[in-house]
Structures are given as C-alpha cells and as structure tokens.
Design a protein around this ligand. Structure first.
Ligand SMILES: [Zn+2]
Length: 306
C-alpha cells in the first residue's frame, strides 16, 4: 500500500489510464493493472490481421517504473508466439531499452498499440533484445495455440480475456450503419446536422435541391429591373419615333423618366432622324425611282416607234 499513495503523480496517472482503458475498451487489446500492484499490468493483444499472427491472442506484462510516466514501461511476453522471447524485457523503441525515445505524453495504450505494430516487423527491423525469428509455420501454430493459453496470474484463457469480436459485430456493424444512415435523414433537419457526413450529405442534397429553384427565381427578379431599364433607354426612342411621327408630346413625357441630360441628348439625336425619315428620304427615293421608270418607259416607246 506504500506504493499506492494516491498523492503520487505516477499513481494518479496510472489510475487515470486504467479508467480510460476500462471506459473505452478496444477489440484489439485489453489491459488492466493488477489488483495488488498498480505498477504491473496484464495485457492481452490480438495478432495483427494479414500476418502469421492473425488469429493469435497474446498475453504480456507491462511494468511501469516508479517515475512513470517520465520513464518508459517495460514489456515482457507471457504467451509463446515465435516473435518475442518470454519473460524477457523486450527491446522496443518505447520500452526501457530506449528511454531517450519515450515521451511522457505516451501511455500504456501507446505501448500496447506499438507492440502490435512490432509483431509483423521483419529482418533488421525485427532485431533486438527479446526478438525471435521463428518460421512462419511455427508462428501460425503458436498463434492457434495462444487462444487457449492460460495466464497463471489471471487464471483466464486469452480468449476469455479478449474474446474474438463477434462475427455478428461485422454483420451488426452494417445494420447499425444503415440504421444510422436511415435515421440520419429524418434527424437531419433537426439540430444534429453536423454530426455525421451522411447528415452533411443530406443537407447538401436538400440545399442543392432547393438552391436551383431559388437561384432561378432570385436571379431573374434582380436581373430584370437592372437589365430592363438599360435597353429601354436606347431602344424606345427609335421605336417610338418610327411609329408615331406626329406624336411629339410622347417623347417629351418619356424624357423626364430617365436623367434629364441623357434624355435631352436622345431627343436631340432623335430629332434630325425624324425629319430625315419622315420628310426627306422616302419621298426622294420614290420620286427618283418613278422618274427613272417613266424615262425608261418613254425610251422603250420611242424605240418601238422609231
Ligand atoms: Zn495475466
């Protein structure tokens, strides 16, 4: 009990990690401190998938120093595995063999995950104190045996300490995901919108579905008032001038609507056009054409008679 002074920073830290691991269990490993020694943990780790350790379940000890977390833990394998010696402190970058690499921010979970990553290493990367290079077939055989291996301290098989994730889990996961996805759309209009990507996707879809009509409705409404007056100012004068020749008052009434200067200029510019169009050009052209025709007819008649 002397070591279990709860004012000790190491004890505080270890108890905190134990609570976090208990509250957030992982299907790849389980770990807990011994009841009579919080500085010694017994852990169970699943062999990495896709390796000769797949299907294996391995038990090992983690020994935490009194200076933890300022000094790194030690790891000792208990279950025969063909990768690490048993009952020997394993040389891994985060273990006591490499104190210079340890960071106090790391913890027991870091060590376990790191150990899992060291399992499949080959060649020089796998060399170190406590490393073994058993043939693949032997490692597979040991992996199969490891499941029923019993820890004398825990009095449990590895499978009992770390049950296989139920194949139902993989089956249950899709239904859960589907249910979440199906539930999400219903809840998406609610306040839970930022929760999941599915929700965001739904929101985007709804927004995109709503946006096009809005944009179509909104775009024309502002564009009409803006675009309409511009064409009206230049275009109306010719149309008004061509059709109503004698209705001079109408352009005068139109002129006050736009700016005075522009309207006056338009009227001035339009004025001569009216005179040219109304009085001058058409009659002159018609007269000349008629005269030319008469001259031609007269010339034909004269030729026949001659
Ligand atoms: Zn144990």
């Amino acid at each position: 009990m002397a070591r279990l002074n709860k004012n000790n920073s190491a004890v505080k830290r270890i108890m905190q990690e134990a609570r976090e691991l208990a509250n957030d269990p992982c299907t790849d490993y389980s770990a807990a401190p011994l009841e009579d020694d919080i500085f010694e943990w017994h852990c169970t780790l699943r062999g990495p998938n896709g390796t000769e350790f797949e299907g294996g379940v391995y038990h090992f000890r983690i020994l935490l120093p009194a200076e933890y977390p300022f000094r790194p833990p030690s790891i000792m394998m208990l279950t025969p595995n063909g990768r690490f010696e048993l009952n020997t402190k394993i040389c891994i970058s985060f273990t006591s063999y490499h104190e210079e690499l340890w960071q106090p921010a790391w913890g027991v979970r870091t060590a376990i995950v790191g150990l899992q990553g060291f399992f499949p290493l080959k060649g020089t990367a796998a060399v170190g104190v406590g490393a073994l290079e058993y043939p693949v077939a032997e490692r597979k055989r040991l992996a199969a045996l490891s499941r029923e291996w019993v820890c004398p301290k825990c009095n449990c098989t590895n499978l009992e300490l770390l049950p296989d994730p139920p194949s139902d889990a993989s089956r249950a996961a899709p239904p859960n995901a589907e249910s979440q996805i199906t539930e999400v759309p219903a809840a998406s209009p609610g306040p839970l919108t930022p929760a999941t990507p599915a929700v965001i996707a739904d929101v985007k879809q709804k927004a995109s579905a709503d946006e096009p009509p809005r944009a179509q409705v909104d775009a024309p409404s502002p564009s009409i008032p803006i675009v309409a007056p511009r064409p009206q100012r230049p275009s109306p004068p010719p149309s008004i001038l061509t059709t109503p020749i004698d209705t001079t008052p109408t352009p005068r009434t139109v002129s006050p609507r736009p700016d005075g200067a522009s309207s006056a200029q338009l009227q001035q510019a339009a004025g001569p056009k009216r005179d040219a169009q109304s009085s001058g050009r058409p009659p002159v052209l018609l007269d000349t054409a008629i005269c030319v025709l008469l001259v031609l007819l007269f010339a034909l008649i004269v030729k026949r008679f001659l």
